[in-house]
Write a protein that binds this ligand. Structure first.
Ligand SMILES: [Zn+2]
Ligand SMILES: [Zn+2]
Ligand SMILES: [Zn+2]
Ligand SMILES: [Zn+2]
Ligand SMILES: [Zn+2]
Ligand SMILES: [Zn+2]
Length: 196
C-alpha cells in the first residue's frame, strides 16, 4: 500500500510548512490539534516552532464542503473562527469552538470540522430502528427529551427515529458507535445469555 502521508505539507491554515512527526517520540506534554481541538497523539503534522499541530485527518479536510443541511450553499473551512471574539458556537453540538470551522456567511452556520462530518444515520442499541440526523428538533419549542439519557436538549442537531418519535442527543447516539465492539456489547451479550 502506498504511504499516503507526505513528510511535509503546506497547509493553508499555517504560515510555515508542517512536518510529519510522531508525538510519541516527544515529551509527555499534552498536545492539542489546532483543527478539532481534541488531543493529538501519535503521527501528526506539526510546526514545533509555533506549537501548531494537526491530526492527519484534520489536515486533509476539504476547504469547500457541500452539506445536506445547507444544500443551496457551500460551507467554507476557516482555520480560525470568523468572529472577532475568536470563538464560534457550533450549530450541531452547541459547544464553543476555537479551531477549524465550516462556515456559511448567508446562513450564519458554524460547525466544528468533526461535526460537519457526522454520519447522517446511526444505529443505537437502545432503539430497533436506524436513527437519522436532524438539523433541529421537530417540536414547537425546539426542545426535545433524549430517549437515551432522559436529559433535555435544545436548538441542537439530534438523531431521531421519526416514526417512533425517538430522539437522542448526538453525543448519546454516537457513544455507542465507539464502544460497540467492546464492553457494552459484551456486557449485553452476557446479560442475554444469563436469561432463562
Ligand atoms: Zn484534529
Ligand atoms: Zn509555525
Ligand atoms: Zn460541534
Ligand atoms: Zn448557507
Ligand atoms: Zn442524551
Ligand atoms: Zn423507531
Amino acid at each position: 500500500m502506498r504511504m499516503n502521508f507526505d513528510p511535509i505539507i503546506h497547509h493553508f491554515s499555517h504560515e510555515h510548512p508542517l512536518k510529519r512527526m510522531n508525538l510519541q517520540d516527544q515529551t509527555t506534554k499534552t498536545v492539542t490539534c489546532s483543527g478539532c481541538e481534541f488531543e493529538a497523539s501519535g503521527w501528526v503534522y506539526g510546526c514545533n516552532t509555533c506549537n501548531y499541530f494537526l491530526h492527519k485527518p484534520c489536515s486533509k479536510m476539504p476547504e469547500i464542503l457541500n452539506h445536506p443541511f445547507d444544500p443551496d450553499h457551500t460551507l467554507l473551512l476557516f482555520p480560525n473562527p470568523v468572529y472577532p471574539g475568536g470563538a464560534f458556537i457550533c450549530d450541531a453540538c452547541r459547544e464553543i469552538g476555537t479551531g477549524f470551522s465550516y462556515h456559511c456567511t448567508e446562513c450564519q452556520i458554524d460547525l466544528h470540522n468533526l461535526c460537519a462530518f457526522l454520519p447522517t444515520s446511526v444505529n443505537h442499541s437502545s432503539h430497533h430502528h436506524t436513527l437519522d440526523l436532524w438539523s433541529g428538533s421537530p417540536y414547537k419549542n425546539e426542545e426535545f427529551l433524549c430517549d437515551i439519557c432522559q436529559d433535555p436538549g435544545s436548538k441542537q442537531w439530534l438523531y431521531r427515529c421519526n416514526s417512533c418519535q425517538f430522539d437522542a442527543h448526538m453525543s448519546c447516539a454516537l457513544v455507542d458507535i465507539q464502544f460497540q465492539h467492546t464492553s457494552k456489547v459484551q456486557k449485553r451479550e452476557r446479560q442475554q445469555l444469563g436469561k432463562p
